[in-house]
Design a protein around this ligand. Structure first.
Ligand code: ACO
Length: 426
């Protein structure tokens, strides 16, 4: 079998042979298929539904089979046996750490959790009702001004330092943003606590000398962070890569990722799910709601995925984490609505035909709410979890010799060359 694609251009009658590599053809190879001097053939792919933008060895997904692997390790095994910091190391370095490597990595992250005091003041400058994702995006972007050395992205030790800083400081930024909204004093990091324990303490500690968190809650939150740690070329990772391709510093690139994640079709979906469940209010209202979805009035948030067309393996793990959390917090009354909604949707022809299944966000919001996070904080938790993935992908990008500045083509649909019309003649 020859790995080529034979193409006949019926406009000209000419035949072409295009190389197939790794199941793809090079879009640039299509340029030779030209009529006169029209610049050659291009592909039109809004939303990149069938375009590979990079080679990557970070995360593997088989959407039909519901497989998700970080560096080859199945997500189920990592969620069961690993920790978020260990998974971060894996994503960033390609291999699981030895005990010494993990200890060194944990030490480095733990000792970069503090923020410059001016960042604190910067966060205080937001209004009381500012959305924490907006605050997170702005303050991560502001970090680039505190670390101007970060612009030297060609130096690997320097890249590693910025990566450590970002992973370490994200929970501090998220917690400060949260407490700003409540008017509560900020809690500084405690280097004696684990990554998740420290985050919970910065969120919820008041006057007690040390915040004690329930180990089951710590484990559940750690699992949630692992599940969100990477998801190959999703909208926010593509934003990080696209902005990073200009060779800007990683804070600016990650801020772009946070902006993309904020949207309700991406990370903002978990917040939207919770608001939707509250609006539905009770199980009796579900049939009417489903009819509205099928009539195209709105979407069933937390359902559907660009890649998973069978089930989202993260949703399966989260469902189990729900049980563990509710054992501590008591069952969230919205769970009954969510379960009934899922049952009806999975049997309904509209959803079955379109292969719409619960995604990671359908149940994560219920856990976050049980942990007493306001819905606005849900996507912040997602962002903290996704940071190692963004940075692993960014590292790969800046070292990839095949990468270029991201610059898609367009199909121009506007008017061509015309003369300027003076104001009094318009
Ligand atoms: N509710 C109702 N109908 C839906 C839903 C939904 N949640 N999702 C897709 N559909 C329908 C579409 O209307 C479309 O129907 P049509 O063929 O009759 O026009 C069909 O299913 C295909 O949907 P697309 O929008 O083309 O699928 P796409 O891959 O572009 O979108 C997405 C995927 C954005 C996730 C979509 O399913 C959606 O909006 N879901 C709700 C938001 C959500 O939960 N997002 C979280 C994703 S996971 C994450 O980011 C971590």
């Amino acid at each position: 079998m020859t790995d080529t694609l034979s193409v006949r251009d019926n406009r000209t009658g000419r035949d072409y042979e295009l190389a197939i590599t790794d199941g793809t053809i090079r879009a640039a190879d299509l340029k030779q298929i030209a009529v006169d001097d029209d610049g050659g053939l291009a592909t039109y792919d809004p939303g990149f539904v069938n375009t590979a933008s990079c080679r990557s060895s970070v995360t593997f997904i088989d959407g039909d089979k519901g497989v998700l692997e970080y560096r080859g390790y199945p997500i189920e095994q990592l969620a069961e046996h690993s920790t978020f910091l260990e998974v971060s190391y894996l994503l960033l370095n390609g291999e699981l750490p030895t005990a010494d490597e993990l200890a060194a990595w944990t030490h480095q992250v733990t000792h970069h959790t503090f923020l410059h005091e001016n960042i604190k003041q910067f966060i205080q400058g937001f209004r009381y009702d500012a959305h924490p994702m907006g605050m997170l995006m702005a303050s991560v972007s502001a970090l680039s001004t505190f670390y101007p050395d970060a612009s030297d992205i060609s130096d690997s030790a320097n890249r590693q330092l910025q990566i450590t800083r970002l992973i370490a400081k994200m929970p501090t930024l998220g917690a400060f943003a949260y407490r700003n909204g409540l008017g509560k004093p900020y809690v500084y990091p405690d280097n004696g606590l684990s990554y998740v324990e420290n985050f919970l303490a910065m969120l919820f500690k008041m006057s007690e000398p040390r915040y004690e968190s329930d180990p089951r809650i710590v484990k559940a939150l750690d699992v949630l962070l692992i599940l969100h740690a990477d998801h190959e070329q999703n909208c926010s990772t593509n934003a990080v890569r696209s902005v990073g391709s200009s060779q800007v510093d990683p804070y600016s690139a990650v801020a772009a990722g946070i902006g993309a994640l904020y949207g309700p079709l991406h990370g903002g979906a978990n917040e939207a799910v919770l608001k939707m469940l509250r609006r539905i209010g009770s199980v009796e209202n579900i049939p009417g709601f489903i009819e509205g979805v099928k009539a195209g009035k709105e979407k069933l948030m937390g359902f559907g995925h660009r890649v998973y067309k069978n089930f989202d393996p993260r949703a399966t793990i989260i469902k189990k984490a729900c049980d563990d959390v509710f054992e501590v917090t008591g069952v969230n009354p919205l769970l009954a609505i969510a379960k009934e909604l899922e049952k009806i949707a999975l049997e309904d022809e509209y959803f079955v035909k379109r292969k719409l299944y619960p995604n990671v966000d359908f149940y994560s919001g219920l856990i976050y709410e049980a942990l007493e996070f306001p819905p606005e904080m849900f996507t912040v938790l997602f962002a903290i979890g996704r940071t190692p993935g963004w940075l692993a992908q960014w590292s790969e990008l800046v070292q990839d010799k095949e990468q270029k500045i991201a610059r898609p083509k367009q199909i121009y649909t506007g008017t061509r060359t015309r003369d300027f019309v003076p104001m009094d003649q318009r």
